[in-house]
Design a protein around this ligand. Structure first.
Ligand code: FAD
Length: 550
């Protein structure tokens, strides 16, 4: 079968896919009452979130391939991947619509006008033909799976290069030990990262950051996460979440007080939203803040449990969501966001007593991956926080939920970058392994199925990369106000990271299950990515589908 397709062919596929997705979304919007009744159509709403996200990934990938070609930097491998990906997503959408035609509300005749058009289907099949993926796989293996994508900007390219060197020298040598011993990220590494300015990349200059923007932050994250997800790649996430919440709703005095020390890396941050009995339903947070005075200082006494608070031991402050209005009928409107100072502690457990009698106790929950920062269950008991630490000041009371969500949008974007980093690491070790491992008298890469698998891994990684980079640009353009794009980037990239790392593990055979081989770490690390910052089904239903079906 000829697979000699061009980007123009892929654009035709994309246009048909877009027409199909638009029709399907319009129908889904109708049956869900503009998204109000998503819960009566959850399964289909999830399909819609996936379909629209995959379409966005196709578009962003094609736009990148076309853009670099226009600038005279045509990359044949990138083009082949973008074309194959467009074909694969169109065939997937066609199969999905065929399996649940009634839900999609698109009958055969209408389908034939979009992705069911025999000519489009033929293009899509050719685009994703196994021989094309095999060719990609061979080339990726020949390049050792390296990522040297053209970024079209000297500062960004220099950023990626310098972080790559930093990650190779400062993070990678300790990554396996950190993981296997469940150690804590060292203060020495934090200081070195701070020196490089990594914590201030998206903080405005007037507040002590470098304001290089979200794309520089993503490239930095990607390189750090490729060396170690929890040992470096995730250190920026929590400061990023609090910084964005402060930028959105903090008072000027709060921005001046907190942002410079976040940007300088002086303050490590923990995010305390989840509780043992409150996860996805954030509006039900029960941890309560009660107004009071201590030693003549106006403030709040916080009492209640929190769960899964990553880095809470080492953190100097917690961004904590608490109920300031006891009327639970108010739901999210009764919640406020606090900056809770605490002492840093090493190890897996800590207890902090305030002179006034308040306490904060933490114990880390053991996890198979994402080690290095430790995620804690916390118990606060009349823990005092001065009134000036209520984000937004008196006017911030009751606005904590919205501020937290704005912070999470930034966190999700950053997590797209983390997922790309883990995938890149998995792809690289797999590319190296299949080139050096021999069975049946041949290197594994000489087998067709290995080439095909590696080709698809690299393609999905690059699709994830482009949807994430595009979301970063949108965040920059909209001044951090975007919610849909970062959510879609997180959804696609995190799923891809789970799949790519597992495919890489299979390519390693039994050795992929050995702790000495880094791929086993990438697998357990990747698995957490679709869980936090809105567990995948909630991200699909409550963020992406709700926004699309409005
Ligand atoms: C390693 C790790 C680190 C973390 N770090 C942090 C952190 O630093 N700070 C923090 O605050 N939290 C953190 N979290 C918590 C994380 O954000 C939550 O686990 C996540 O939001 C899901 O909440 P939950 O675990 O209570 O699951 P639940 O909300 O109980 O959900 C369980 C399952 O039910 C599904 N479900 C729930 N409601 C619905 C519905 N309405 N419709 C359909 N399906 C539904 C969910 O999608 C999920 O699949 C971390 C978690 C982990 C594992």
């Amino acid at each position: 079968m000829s697979t000699d397709l061009t980007l123009d062919h892929a654009r035709r596929i994309e246009k048909a896919l877009a027409a199909f997705t638009d029709e399907a979304l319009a129908h889904a919007s109708k049956i869900t009452g503009g998204g109000r009744n998503i819960d009566d159509h959850q399964v289909h709403a999830e399909r819609m979130a996936q379909a629209a996200t995959e379409l966005r990934a196709v578009r962003d990938f094609l736009a990148y391939a076309e853009g670099i070609a226009k600038e005279g930097k045509r990359d044949a491998l990138v083009e082949r991947m973008a074309i194959a990906f467009a074909g694969e997503m169109a065939v997937k959408a066609f199969a999905g619509a065929a399996a649940a035609a009634e839900d999609y509300g698109i009958d055969g005749a209408r389908l034939t006008r979009t992705i069911g058009d025999p000519e489009i289907l033929d293009l899509a099949r050719r685009a994703m033909h196994e021989s094309s993926y095999r060719e990609i796989g061979k080339q990726v293996a020949a390049q050792g799976g390296q990522n040297n994508l053209w970024l079209g900007d000297e500062v960004l390219t220099a950023t990626r290069e310098s972080v790559r060197v930093f990650a190779r020298n400062e993070v990678a040598p300790n990554a396996e030990k950190l993981h296997r011993h469940d150690d804590l990220v060292s203060d020495e590494l934090i200081a070195k990262m701070a020196e490089q300015g990594y914590f201030g990349l998206s903080v405005p200059e007037e507040y002590g950051g470098t304001e290089f923007g979200n794309l520089a932050m993503i490239l930095t994250t990607e390189e750090l996460a490729a060396a170690s997800l929890a040992g470096a790649g995730s250190l920026i996430t929590r400061p990023e979440i609090l910084a964005k919440a402060l930028q959105r709703g903090g008072t000027e005095a709060q921005k001046k007080k907190w942002l410079p020390s976040i940007a300088s890396g002086e303050l490590m941050v923990g995010i305390a939203v989840t509780e043992p009995n409150v996860g996805s339903d954030v509006a039900s947070v029960s941890c309560a803040a009660e107004r009071g005075t201590q030693d003549g200082v106006e403030g709040w006494f916080i009492t209640g449990p929190k769960a899964w608070c990553t880095f809470a031991g080492r953190a100097n402050v917690l961004a904590l969501l608490a109920r300031t209005n006891p009327d639970r009928a108010l739901g999210a409107k009764g919640l406020s966001l606090f900056i809770v100072p605490k002492d840093p502690f090493p190890g897996h457990a800590f207890e902090m007593k305030q002179p006034g009698g308040g306490s904060l106790v933490g114990k880390a929950d053991a996890t198979p991956g994402y080690r290095g920062m430790h995620s804690f269950t916390l118990q606060l008991d009349r823990y005092f926080v001065p009134a000036e630490n209520l984000v937004g000041g008196p006017e911030g009371e009751g606005k904590g939920f919205a501020l937290q969500m704005a912070g999470f949008a930034a966190g999700r974007l950053q997590t797209g970058g983390r997922a790309c980093g883990v995938m890149q690491a998995a792809l690289q070790v797999s590319a190296e392994y299949v080139a050096s491992r021999h069975q049946f008298g041949k290197a594994l890469i000489e087998f067709q199925l290995t080439q095909y698998k590696l080709g698809r891994m690299a393609t999905h990684l690059n699709a994830a990369r482009q949807i994430t980079y595009a979301a970063a640009r949108v965040m920059d353009e909209k001044g951090g106000e975007a919610a849909l794009e970062p959510a879609q980037a997180k959804l696609f990239a995190c799923d891809a990271a789970v799949w790519v790392s597992q495919e890489g593990q299979l390519l390693h055979g039994g050795w992929g299950y050995a702790e000495e081989y880094a791929i086993s770490r990438y697998v357990v690390d990747a698995q957490v990515l679709p869980i936090f910052e809105g567990v995948k089904p909630i991200l699909e239903l409550k963020v992406i589908a709700r926004s699309l079906l409005r």
